[in-house]
Ligand binder design. Structure first.
Ligand code: FE2
Ligand code: FE2
Length: 265
């Protein structure tokens, strides 16, 4: 089984290049997972964008701290469980943190959205909350994929080690910077600290330099604007064996000009 994971899609440039990429490549994959927390101009998601992603061939949308930015979308989370909000928000908040999906070949895959706590909003312990549900998912499938949306590399690597041998893949999102540590851990779990960002690579993690820099220079709030230049697709392409172990994990980092010839890292 081969899946594609795409990192935080930021605004229109991110959505545009995602569509171009999937138009050419989606038939290569049994399942396509994207992190959509920044798809609506950098802040959250809308129903219209979700439908656009499904039209592109996206099967699962994971999210993170920005999922709550569009107030009207919180209601939508109650009815569309192909969009996952982080599992470890307090119990009772709208939406689901995991679900079972089926590939085109009928293979069941469990996907979990989880969020870190270092330099992030204070929420429940991700290590404890995922432990509570793993047995239930394992009864349904041996393929379990975790999006760990977190800031600190240490917390992400600790989660990779904690889940090694218990799940098929732990990939990080949220920093918007792709890390080069893609590998298969000792217990057979695929791991990368961050899959990176799909959007403009010319600004500061998706926003224009002109709107971000003043916040650092003055500490005053500024309104960020989506950067339009140099769009790239960032993600990973991952293969699994029949036992649910990861057999290969490659990075995807490509521009629109390179898509047709993309060689994965
Ligand atoms: Fe993000
Ligand atoms: Fe985030």
């Amino acid at each position: 089984m081969k899946i594609l994971v795409i990192g935080d899609i930021v605004g229109k440039p991110g959505r545009g290049i995602l569509g171009d990429f999937l138009e050419r490549k989606k038939d290569n994959y049994d399942l396509v997972i994207v992190n959509g927390e920044n798809a609506a101009a950098g802040f959250g998601l809308t129903e219209k964008i979700v439908k656009q992603f499904y039209g592109f061939g996206v099967d699962v949308i994971t999210t993170g701290n920005h999922i709550w930015d569009k107030k009207e979308f919180i209601d939508y989370l109650k009815k569309d469980h192909k969009v996952l909000r982080p599992l470890n928000y307090p119990k009772g908040v709208p939406g689901v943190g995991w679900n079972i999906f089926e590939t085109s070949k009928g293979v069941k895959v469990g996907v979990i959205s989880l969020q870190g706590r270092i330099f992030m909003p204070p929420i429940d312990c991700p290590f404890q909350r995922i432990t509570e549900i793993l047995d239930e998912i394992k009864k349904k499938t041996k393929y379990i994929i975790v999006d760990f949306h977190a800031e600190a590399t240490s917390e992400k690597m600790a989660m990779g080690r904690f889940l090694d041998g218990k799940v098929s893949l732990v990939f990080g999102t949220h920093t918007h910077i792709q890390t080069s540590d893609n590998r298969v851990l000792d217990g057979g779990t695929g791991y990368i600290t961050d899959v990176g960002m799909t959007g403009s690579h010319d600004g500061v993690i998706g926003m224009t330099v002109e709107t971000v820099l003043p916040r650092f220079l003055t500490s005053l709030p500024t309104k960020f604007k989506i950067c339009e230049e140099m769009a790239r697709v960032n993600g990973i392409e991952v293969e699994f064996d029949e036992y649910g172990k990861c057999s290969n994990i490659d990075r995807v980092d490509t521009s629109i000009e390179e898509i047709d010839f993309a060689d994965f890292l």
